[in-house]
Every structure is written in C-alpha cells, then in structure tokens.
Design a protein around this ligand. Structure first.
Ligand code: ADP
Length: 637
C-alpha cells in the first residue's frame, strides 16, 4: 500500500493537470531502453514456459514408459513434432531426464536474465526520471520552495521514483507471468484433456472474483489504519517536543493516557487489516484446493471405472491425470500477485502524476528570450515605485502587500542601509534584487536595465549575498569557499579566507582547509560559518553586495572580525545592507527606515538624527548602552 493514497499531499495541486501519466512515462522514457524491456519480457516468458516442461514430461513418461501398460508409441509432446522424439522406452527415458534437466537450467538462466534486464530497464527509467525532476526542481521559483517542506520535495524524488521502479519492474513482469502461467497452464490442460480442464479451471474465475472482493474490502481498512498511525505519530512527536511543559505541569500520566488511547486505536485498526489480509492467501489456496479435489474426484473416477463420469466422454490417461494435479498447484502463486499488481499500478499512476506535475510547473522567473548579459556592471542599483506581495499559499487571491511604492537609488559604490521592525519587508526588498521573486509593480534596475531583461545567471553572479543563516554544503572548508568559483586556485581561496579573517581559525581546524564541515556545517560555530560565507563572497568578487546582518550572538572578538571583513568587502561595491546594530551603518550613504513595507524616513545618519524621528529615537536607545551588545528595542530585531 502506498504511503499517500487518499491523503491530500502537497503536490496534489499539480497532479490534476497531468493526463495519462503512465502512457507519458513510456512515451518519454521507454524509447532507448526498449531493448532491455523486450529482453526482460522475452526471458520472463521463456523462464515461465520452461517451468511447465517438467510436469508435462512427467505425464508423458508415465504413459509411455512407467505405467504397467506403458506404450512407447504414447510418447508425444505438445508443439514438438513426433519425428524428433526417440523410439524405444530406454531412449525415451534418457531423453526425458535430459529434457527435464535442461528445463530447470533454462528456468534458472532465464530467470536471471529476466531479473537483470528488467531491472536495467526499470532502474534506467528511474535514474532518468530522478535526474530530470531534480534538474527541473533547480529551476523552480522560490515561491515553490516557500510553501514546501524539504521532506515533501524529497518524497517526490525518493518515494515516487521508487514507486515507478516497483511498477516497471515487479508489476509489469508479474502481469506477464500471470498471463503466461494462467494461459500456459490452461493451454496445456486443454491440450491434454479439454473436458477435465473445464472441471479444473472453474477455480480461476472464482480466484479472480475472490481477489477483487478482497481488495475492495481491505482498502477502506488500510485507509483507517494509515490515519491511525499518522495520529499516533503526531501524538508522540507532540508529546516528546512538549516534554518540558509536561514535566513542569506534572501531567505525565495524562500524556501516557493519551498515547495509550492512540496506540490502542492503531492496534485495533491494524488487527482489522490483518484479520482480513491473512484470509487472502488461505482463501486462494482453499479455492485451488477445491479445484484439486474436484479434479481428483472426476479424474479418479474416470481412471478407476475406466469410463468417463457423467456427461464426459473419451479417455483419460494416468500421466495426464498427474499433470493435471501438478499444474493445479501452480496457479495460486501468480494469481495471488494480482492485488500487488493493482496496488503497484495505482501507486505508480499517482507517483507519475506527482512527478510530471512537478515537471510541468510553470517557471515564472526565467531568462526572457532576448535576455541580455551583464558584463562588468557599474552597479548602479535603482528601485522605482516597487510594490510586491507574496503569492498566497492558499491561492485564494487574498494577498497582502509586503512592499509598497519603494523607490531609492544606490549609485555605484554606495551603501544603502535598511532599518525597521521585524516584518517591515527588509529581507523581501533584498530578495527582490536577487530576483528570487518578481516585483508586482514598478521596477528594479541595474545600470538602467530592468532585472527582468537580464540573464539570470549574470544578475546573480553580479551580486554577493551574506545572509543571516549561513548554509554550508557537506564538504571541505575549501570546497565551500570555492562554491560557485570552482576553478579558483588554492592561493586565491587562502587570500579570500584571509580577507574574511577566517584563515587563522581554519588553520586551527584538524585538517585545515581540507576539514569536512559536516552536514550543513554543523561542526563549525555560527561565527565561523559566517566568515566562511564572507570568504566565499570575497572570492566571488561581485560588484554588488547584499548583506543581511546576523543577529546571532557571537563573542565580541568574532563580531569585530566579522565587522572588519565586511567593511573591507563593502569598499567600492554597491551595497544594500539590513542593519540591526545601528552603529554599523553610521557611514552609510543613505539610510531607509522601513515600516509595513513603506519607506517612512530616509537620509544620512546625521540628517536622520537631526530630524528627530523614528531613527533618532532608535539611535538614542542603542547609543545609550553601547557597551552591551546593542540590540534594537521592542519588536525591532
Ligand atoms: P523583515 O526582513 O523586515 O523582518 P520580511 O521581508 O522578512 O521582513 O517580511 C515581510 C513580510 O512578508 C512579513 O509579514 C512576512 O511574514 C512576510 N513574508 C516573508 N517571507 C514570506 C514568504 N516566503 N511567503 C509569504 N510571506 C512572507
């Protein structure tokens, strides 16, 4: 059963637009791999057919060689011309032994070939789908990632591609096996004795009917079981994260009680499923058993009395009777796969809808067809009447304007600082410059060119970003500094680290520049990560800088080091900076005070102080306690 099924998933919005997803999967990904696919199908077919050979040979041998009234003339096989078969019982016996051995070897060899080729096909498709969807994901707008959790996106790349693989490998091959076995066995039985075949094969439709009944009945129970386990997990997670509160309020027994109830509910729902699902296999075997008993009864009477029972006519040989009894046993296994096949088909359909849904998402922020390059910009940044609202996640059109009519200019080499309370829109203004989002009204220009006319890669290469949260990739310190400037020399990396005042501490790490930083850089402190990020920007050497000053607490010495390196970095570069400590922006060419997305004050530090408005009030608060870590008061962060 799939992990998703009935539940609404974050990708369902995109699914509805995809038509015939599995057909599309084949049309787009099967060509070029059809060789492996056909090889898998053929090998599977041969292996299954070969597995029918020993019982048939046994039946023939009984009638021609072993039975008291055996007659060498009775040695005859389906398909194979009699002229090819040996005369004389001893020769026939040897032929039978060799043929049985060959059949078993063929089953082994072709099962192996089928396994490898079918998987080369299935995993080949899976690999291509994974890479394609990841490539597409790299181009998706920031808006997409704003309302998706990492886990949800991972689920598409992992679970959904795996569902496709299961389908392409197991389900397709099992359906072929089902078809070959049921049709192959039916053909053999009808060839040997069509009248007895009717008696035996009445069980097949009954087994199909039973399977359909089973699937319909068990499905709603599975749904209830899944929601029970989801509730239990939520309860457990919640209880564990709330441990502190639980202890403080002495509500342990209350929590245990809540978990007990959820767990008991899960237990009951699971038993509902298991009672039924353990009925399936025995049920199928019972039906096969009934077919066996009926065949045994009719065939046995036929042999014992020497005349066909009831309305039946003709003769039945002992050998044919044995083949019938053996093959009746073989029908259960392939038929019991039906519910798995249907499941895998449903999962694959839903998964490929999600995958193609992802691949079909329109990308709004892309190079225009005639996008122009941005070589050696002077880096004059201009915001003209910029208005912007984030797309509402609910898509109900109820969007709140986050930036309203903001205009300002940063001449080449100037620094413009943004201050204002949390949520005023400072970070958003910077993200708009990186074109993570497009403005709704107005325009942002670099050297007079609207961002939307520029090649995205050029735009982003021209801008260096040092943010609040520093992300490092798992890899070495040097690799992280070099990220984006992959051919920079070791010397250049060192120089950049020195400029970021990071060289010293890097040398102090166990393996210097070759020290691995751990996933997301967890092995380094916040201040160290930040200096590596600054070194990365020094190496990038962009004409424009975007700084979102960190508020994380670092010791004074580190803070001073970071200050110095940032000051060096901002020289001669056009800089937009968010400042929390006003002391860092005293020398800014222009300071904008932002509130609710609007610029409420603007000017230099001196001008704003003299104006005695909001900035002046803030300044006096911060300047009054210079020896403490200067933080903005109240909701200013
Ligand atoms: P600041 O940097 O001044 O603290 P932000 O630019 O981060 O302010 O946020 C401005 C407003 O936009 C806030 O109300 C915030 O909740 C909202 N906002 C920020 N990021 C997103 C987003 N990705 N999606 C929707 N709303 C957002």
């Amino acid at each position: 059963m799939s992990a998703y099924d009935e539940e609404e998933t974050p990708f369902d919005r995109y699914r509805e637009r995809v038509d015939r997803p599995l057909t599309r999967l084949f049309v787009e990904y099967a060509p070029g791999r059809l060789g492996w696919f056909s090889a898998g199908m053929v090998a599977n077919f041969v292996a299954r057919m070969a597995s029918l050979v020993p019982p048939v040979l046994l039946g023939v041998a009984i009638d021609a060689i072993f039975a008291p009234d055996a007659d060498a003339a009775a040695y005859s096989l389906p398909i194979v011309p009699d002229a090819w078969l040996p005369d004389g019982q001893m020769a026939q016996f040897e032929f039978t032994v060799i043929a049985i051995a060959v059949a078993f070897v063929a089953v082994a060899v072709f099962t192996w070939i089928y396994g490898v080729t079918a998987n080369l096909f299935a995993h080949g498709v899976m690999h291509a789908v994974r890479v394609d969807s990841f490539r597409k994901m790299q181009r998706l707008d920031q808006t997409f990632f704003d309302d998706k959790q990492t886990g949800e996106v991972m689920a598409v790349l992992n679970d959904d591609t795996r569902n496709l693989e299961m389908f392409l490998d197991n389900a397709l091959m099992d359906s072929l096996r089902l078809l070959v076995m049921v049709l192959g066995i039916a053909a053999v039985l009808f060839y040997l004795n069509w009248q007895l075949a009717f008696v035996t094969l009445f069980a097949v439709p009954a087994m199909f009917a039973f399977t359909i009944w089973f699937m319909k009945t068990v499905e709603p129970r599975y749904v209830r079981q899944r929601s029970a386990v989801a509730r239990l997990n939520t309860r457990l997670e919640n209880a564990i994260s709330g441990m502190g509160l639980t202890k403080a309020t002495a509500t342990e027994s209350y929590e245990v009680d809540r978990v007990r109830k959820s767990s008991r509910n899960f237990f009951d729902r699971t038993m509902d499923v298991l009672k039924l699902s353990y009925l399936y296999r025995p049920g199928m075997e019972l039906l096969a058993g009934i077919a066996f008993a009926a065949t045994f009864l009719v065939g046995g009477l036929w042999l014992a009395t020497g005349t066909a029972p009831g309305p039946l006519t003709g003769t039945l040989s002992v050998g044919d009777f044995v083949v019938f009894l053996m093959l009746t046993q073989r029908i259960v296994d392939p038929l019991a796969q039906v519910s798995d096949i249907v499941d895998q088909y449903e999962n694959a359909k839903a998964s490929s809808e999600r995958i193609f849904g992802l691949m079909d998402i329109d990308v709004a922020i892309e190079d225009a067809e005639d996008a122009r390059p941005l070589p050696d910009p002077d880096a004059r940044v201009e915001y003209v009447d910029v208005t912007f609202a984030y797309d509402n996640v609910l898509g109900d059109g109820d969007e709140e304007t986050v930036i309203e009519d903001v205009s300002f200019v940063a001449e080449p080499g100037e620094m413009v600082a943004l201050v204002g309370p949390t949520g005023a829109g400072k970070s958003t203004l910077l993200k708009l410059l990186l074109r993570l989002y497009d403005v709704d009204e107005g325009a942002i220009r670099i050297d007079g060119h609207d961002l939307r006319e520029l090649q995205l890669a050029d735009l982003r290469e021209a801008i260096g970003y040092v943010g609040q949260e520093t992300f490092l990739f798992d890899g070495t310190v040097a690799e992280n500094i070099r990220y984006g400037q992959f051919d920079a020399s070791d010397e250049a990396v060192r120089e950049a680290a020195k400029a970021a005042e990071a060289h010293e501490f890097i040398l102090g790490l166990p393996e210097g520049y070759e020290t691995r930083v751990g996933e997301r850089g967890t092995k380094l402190s916040g201040g160290q990560r930040q200096r590596i990020a600054i070194a990365r920007v020094v190496l990038q050497d962009p004409p424009i800088l975007v700084l979102d000053e960190a508020t994380s607490a670092v010791d004074t010495e580190t803070e001073l080091a970071i200050q110095r390196s940032i000051e060096r970095l901002t020289e001669d570069r056009t800089t937009l900076a968010i400042a929390h400590r006003l002391s860092t922006i005293r020398d800014a060419d222009r300071i904008l005070v932002l509130e609710d997305g609007r610029v409420v004050e603007r000017g230099t530090h001196e001008e704003l102080r003299e104006a005695e408005g909001r900035y002046a009030a803030l300044w006096s608060v911060q300047a009054g306690r210079v020896d403490e870590p200067a933080e903005l008061p109240g909701d200013f962060s």
